[in-house]
Design a protein around this ligand. Sequence first.
Ligand code: 1CP
Length: 380
Amino acid sequence: MRARARLAGTVAEVSDALPAAPPSPAPVLLDACRGRPTSTVPVWFMRQAGRSLPEYRELRARYGFSEIVRQPELAAEVTLQPVRRLGVDAAILFSDIVTPLEAVLSGIAISPDRGPVVDQPFRSAADLDRLRPLEPATDLPYVAETIRLVRRELPAGVALIGFAGAPFTLASYLVEGGKSNDYRRTKALMYGEPALWARLVERLADITLAALDAQVAAGAQAVQLFDSWAGALSEADYRRYAQPASARVLHGLAGHGVPRIHFAVGAGHLLEAVGEAGADVVGVDWRTPLDAARRRLGALAVQGNLDPTALFAPPEALDAKVREVLAANGGRPGHVFNLGWGVLPDTDPEALRRVVELVHAEGAGAGAGRSSAGPAAGPG
Ligand code: 1CP
C-alpha cells in the first residue's frame, strides 16, 4: 500500500533533508496550513465523524460513545469513515474535547444531545484539587493507539488532525456543569475570583497540552484547538481571561512543527486575538467573510467557512455558497476549506460529498495561490 511506505518519513524529516523538492509530497492540507501554494484547495469538515454518517449510527447503535473512543479499532474505524465516503483531505481523531478530563476526573458523562455533563461542578479552590495532571501514557493509551491505527490505514495525501478543547471552553463545562446559554457561573468565577480562575485555566492548559503532545507523538500531523464558547466573551475579557491559557497550549506545541489550527464560534470580534494566541491557521465561522478575515489576520492561514446550514439547500444553491467562500479567499494560498462550524446532525452525507468534489475542482481551477509568491518548497 503506497500509504504505508510513506508513513515512516515525517514532513519535518523530509523537508530538513531536501527543502526545495520533497520526494514524497506532504498531505495538501499541511501545505495549505503553512501558507504554501497547493495543487487544489484542501477540504475537511469539523465534526465530519460521528454526526451524519449512517455507518457511524450503525456502530453507535451497538456501542456507547465512550466505548467507541476507548476501543482503538472502533475509534479508528469511525475516524476513517468520512475519509472513505467523502474523499476529504483530512481525518479528525474520533474523541471528544472532554476525553482528557474524563480520564483525570470522575463524574463526567457525555450525553448524545447535551454533550458533556459534570456531576459536581467546579466552584471553589477545593475543586482544583480534583483536577490532577494528565499522564497520557497511562490515562489515554487508547487515544495514541487509535492514532497509530489510523495513520497505518490513511492514504499518504490525507492528514490526520488531532484536537483538544481550549481551557476556557473546558472550564465552562466544569463550572457550569454542562452547556450554558449565558455562562453566568463561569463569568461570575472569572470576574469574582480571578486568581482561582487563572489557576483553573492554567491547570486545564497543562492537561490539554499533555493530551496534544501525546497525540502528535503518536502521529497526529496537525492539531486543532476548539474554543467553541469563547465567542461569549468581549475582546477585553477574552484577552484577559482566556487567551493566556490558550497561548500556553499553542506555544507549548511550537517545538513539534505541526500546524496549529485555532477555532472559536461566533468570534468574529475576537479574530485577531484568536490568531495572536499562537495559531498557524485561524478557523473562521460563516459570519465573517474570508476576505475580511484575511485582511485582519495578516500572514496567518485561514480555515472555513461555509455556513453549515447551506448543506440543507438545493444542490445549485449549495454550489453557489461554496463558490462564494472560494471567491472570498480569492485563490490565495493558505486556505483550508471547511464549514464555519460543525456538520449538523441531520446533514445529508451526499451534500458533503458534493462540496468536496466542487472544492477540489474549483480550487484547482483557481490555482490555490499558485500564481502568488509563496515559499518554493510546496509540491505545487
Ligand atoms: O468529527 C468529529 O465529530 C470528531 C469527534 C468529535 C469532536 C471534534 C466529537 C465527538 N466531539 C468533538 C468536539 C467537541 N465536543 C466540541 C468542539 C466542536 C464544536 O464546537 O462542535 C464540543 C463543544 C464538544 C462537546 C460536546 N460533545 C457536545 C456539545 C456540543 C455539540 O456538539 O453540540 C456534544 C453533543 C458532545 C458529544 C459528542 N462528541 C462527539 C460525538 C460524536 C458526540 C455525540 C455523542 C454520541 O454519538 O452519542
